[in-house]
Design a protein around this ligand. Sequence first.
Ligand SMILES: [Zn+2]
Length: 289
Amino acid sequence: MAGSGFSERAWDQAYRAAVAQAFGTVPYYREMWAEAGARREDPAPTPVTRLEEVLAALYPLGAPYERRREEPGWIGEPAELLEALRLTGAYRGERPLFEVRRALLDWRRVGRARYHVVLSADAEAADPETRAAGLRALRAAREPALLGDPGQLAELPDHPGGARLLVRLPLTDPAVSEHGAHEHGAHEHGAHGQEVHGQEVHGQEVHGHVVHDGHLGYLGGRDRGCGRVHVNWRRVHVRQTPAGPLFTLLRRRRPTLVGISVPGTAHLAVERCARHGTPVLAAREAVAA
Ligand SMILES: [Zn+2]
């Protein structure tokens, strides 16, 4: 990531531009001005848990939400996934990518690589044959990469020996703020009992970790070298507040997501990686009570 082109000033300007566009053109944010009775500098934080409720108001006035024609609002685009994977240093689009998900997705490619969904065991309304077909395709693939939550990866019936395992960590996972498990001696265990940020899932090496939120999408990845979770700053802005980080998607307009808080992340802070000079998520310094 040397020569990444990151500039603090340009990052903040991109955030300011996203805020101006939201206040100017998106009903949900415009109403904040009306309610405040004055111009606001920053939008009031919106918890991610509220987004479903206000979804229709998060689309620009000139191109409103159309329930019947709209893609699901939280899917994002393949480039967001590819960029998060590239931040790990463990995947560059050279292998077919299989992602374990609870629902199908009609993406065909991530960059130049083929993209496939393998339905998880708890997939919504799944025809069992659809899941079986995904697993067959995975077994038949040559040197695939396989991405999923730690629990989803562990519950797959078997892994093809050549699959490169990539873990999708929720933003709320405690491992997000750690400096890479390979620098620690001890293993810790997540809610499912697997090693969530160690280097293995059921005996197989994990090659990379991306960080994901169900509404905000793929936010970044853990660099294999420095061990820190790097934010995909070209697409994601993080603003630190006393209550925790606020996320803004700099390029997504449908829906427009500006100043979004995520419950369970008050312990996170945005810092600069000492090695790369770009934004990383870290554990907040303890605040004196
Ligand atoms: Zn770094």
